[in-house]
Design a protein around this ligand. Structure first.
Ligand SMILES: C[S@@+](CC[C@H](N)C(=O)[O-])C[C@H]1O[C@@H](n2cnc3c(N)ncnc32)[C@H](O)[C@@H]1O
Length: 273
């Protein structure tokens, strides 16, 4: 999710390392995006919950403990909530110090605004079957870890992760297509063979304001998202893409959102790094 309108800066090349991540205003971001549930998020959550719900209904008996990862978690807890019923551990990886602080502040007992996102997840029978208290479970299983998607070896080594999410990160961290592709690749390589994943992208974003800072975006559409994921997914289960939202619903300077989901290929079916 992005904020504000693009400014002059989007015309310059801004690689990930040059963006002002230390100035990311987490509270302003939450206020604009996640204090109330937007229609786009409700739609995204409904697609994600059915994807994960279907997968875990069929794979409930698998022996390995399930570990989840949300990459570039920012100040958004709902991807982690979507993995909560099945995970014995969820790692939230983030680059910005402010967002790491925000995530840490949510571990003990997350804020009330996140209840409405759990309510949407609970519309799926697999989530209803989970009898525990999500706030307590989040506290018990979630850990926050500083990390850089473009230098992911240290984190990837702690995997492979059995389920993963990445929301508005690869295209919302750089203007550079090469970094976008590399970010998607890092995320997919960190997952276990066959792992279900869910990713979301801003379509044709021109960059975004959070508080006083402006952040870069890479201009991607369905074609670019598909091309970035296709080397890593589609062999075990169809790689699915869906467009949603409309230009201007949340801000100027983007044309919609794209979600992409499926299961990660076997190691033999992904390109060498
Ligand atoms: C538009 S925000 C999305 C945040 C959140 N996932 C959401 O759904 O709202 C982009 C996030 O990517 C993080 N980020 C930027 N560069 C990163 C990198 N190299 N590795 C990991 N996270 C990064 C930012 O700090 C920020 O939290």
């Amino acid at each position: 999710m992005d904020l504000g309108s693009p400014g002059e800066k989007h015309r310059q090349a801004v690689p990930n390392a040059q963006a002002p991540w230390a100035g990311f205003d987490s509270r302003a971001y939450v206020k604009a995006n996640y204090l109330r549930l937007h229609d786009e998020d409700a739609e995204i959550i409904s697609i994600m919950r059915d994807h994960f719900g279907d997968y875990f209904r069929e794979h409930r008996q698998d022996a390995d403990p399930v570990i989840g990862i949300d990459v570039g978690a920012g100040a958004n807890l709902y991807p982690a909530l979507a993995m909560l019923p099945w995970c014995k551990e969820i790692t939230l990886v983030e680059r910005s110090p402010q967002n790491l602080e925000y995530l840490e502040s949510q571990l003990e007992s997350y804020d009330e605004n996140w209840n409405q996102f759990w309510t949407v997840l609970r519309e799926n029978a697999e989530y209803q079957a989970y009898q525990g208290d999500p706030r307590r479970r989040f506290h018990e299983v979630t850990r926050v870890e500083p990390g850089n998607l473009l230098d992911f070896d240290r984190i990837a080594r702690r995997g492979p992760w059995s389920v993963g999410t990445m929301f508005f990160v690869a295209e919302s961290m750089t203007t550079e297509r090469e970094e976008f592709d590399r970010g998607v690749g890092s995320f997919m390589r960190a997952l276990a063979p066959g792992a279900p994943f869910f990713a979301a992208f801003m379509e044709h974003s021109e960059g975004y304001h959070v508080g006083a800072e402006f952040f870069p975006a890479c201009d991607v559409g369905e074609q670019e998202v598909y091309e970035s994921l296709e080397p890593f997914a589609g062999k075990i289960d169809t790689l699915r893409l869906k467009r949603l939202g409309a230009p201007g619903n949340l801000r100027k300077g983007y044309s919609g959102m794209i979600v992409a989901y499926g299961r990660r290929n076997l190691d033999s079916d992904i390109p060498e790094s």
